[in-house]
Design a protein around this ligand. Structure first.
Ligand code: PDD
Length: 283
């Protein structure tokens, strides 16, 4: 009996299995998976698992190039080679390998990983005596302040923006509050004040955001680090988003609404100029 890995057609041991550092599963958590229990060499409810895998893939706009029959064949083959009868099968499909970019091309080929392992032991006493659990607030995924590589939601938002011919997607909560964008922070200039969402768990505390706030303060602009709504944003004189790569990007349109006079704002330009002179200071 031997625990085994199938990786894009290759079969071998866990120690010898490698994937590119550009795998989108590795970089973005951009993938889907299933876990299947095998009893006496026969997978339980394989059809249900493969159906859910297809459902998950479709839900994240990923086209799997394999049929359910092919996936079952790869799995049975691996099980056969491993000779493990009481097994845990893990199937993972990532969107594929491409240079890191939130948006994805439909041409990338998904990476398929299947592993066969022994089932972890669960003490019979736990079933006999029962177990303790703890409560947790539902915080999935309310830790946007962590620069985590679990970026699937951001990836999907950025891709929706790209599909709509837009440069970014801004997140709006149920109550209308604007938090940040898929890969940047957002600012509005309204009633002679610069607004940006407070650095709580709903946004990433952007490094660019910090310098933009410092620059704006230096320019004598009133700063309001407080939540604002999407309708506040639509009525703003200026909107811009910030990140390490785009620096300061003026927004002239959101959905079908023109922002301000439909041209990049003056303040965004002044802040960007000041930011430009910081670039080589080695801060
Ligand atoms: N993203 N908010 C989110 C969700 C981000 O992913 C980023 C940056 C920012 C801006 O942070 P900073 O100013 O420190 O770059 C805000 C990077 C650029 C990325 O994922 O590629």
């Amino acid at each position: 009996m031997r625990e085994l890995v199938y990786l894009n057609g290759w079969v071998g041991s866990f120690d010898d299995a490698f994937i590119s550092v550009n795998d989108r599963g590795f970089n973005f958590g951009d993938g889907v998976y299933e876990v299947v229990r095998v009893y006496g060499g026969i997978p339980f409810a394989m059809g249900d698992h493969l159906e859910r895998l297809e459902f998950s893939a479709t839900a994240i706009k990923m086209e799997m190039p394999w049929s359910k029959e092919q996936l079952e064949m790869f799995t049975m083959d691996l099980l056969d080679k491993s000779k493990i009868k009481e097994a845990m099968v893990y199937l993972q499909v990532s969107r594929g390998t491409a240079h890191r970019n939130h948006t994805f091309s439909p041409d990338i080929k998904p990476n398929l990983l299947i592993t066969v392992r022994h089932v972890p032991e669960i003490s019979p006493s736990m079933y006999r005596e029962g177990v303790k659990i703890i409560s947790q607030p539902e915080f999935r995924w309310q830790m946007c302040h962590v620069k985590s590589i679990s970026l699937l939601a951001s990836v999907l938002a950025k891709q929706r923006a790209a599909d709509a011919g837009a440069a970014e997607a801004v997140f709006v909560m149920d109550d209308g509050t604007v938090t940040e964008c898929s890969a940047s922070n957002i600012f509005i200039y309204k009633d002679d004040a610069l607004f940006t969402h407070p650095a709580d768990n709903r946004i990433l505390k952007g490094v660019t955001r910090k310098y933009v706030l410092e620059i704006a303060r230096g320019l004598g602009i009133a700063i309001k680090v407080e939540p604002f709504s999407f309708s506040d944003m639509l009525g703003a004189a200026e909107v811009f988003f910030t990140s390490t790569i785009v620096e300061i990007m003026p927004v002239v349109k959101a959905d079908h609404h023109i922002i301000g006079n439909g041209k990049p704002g003056q303040l965004a330009g002044r802040i960007h100029d000041a930011f430009t002179s910081l670039r080589h200071t080695g801060i």
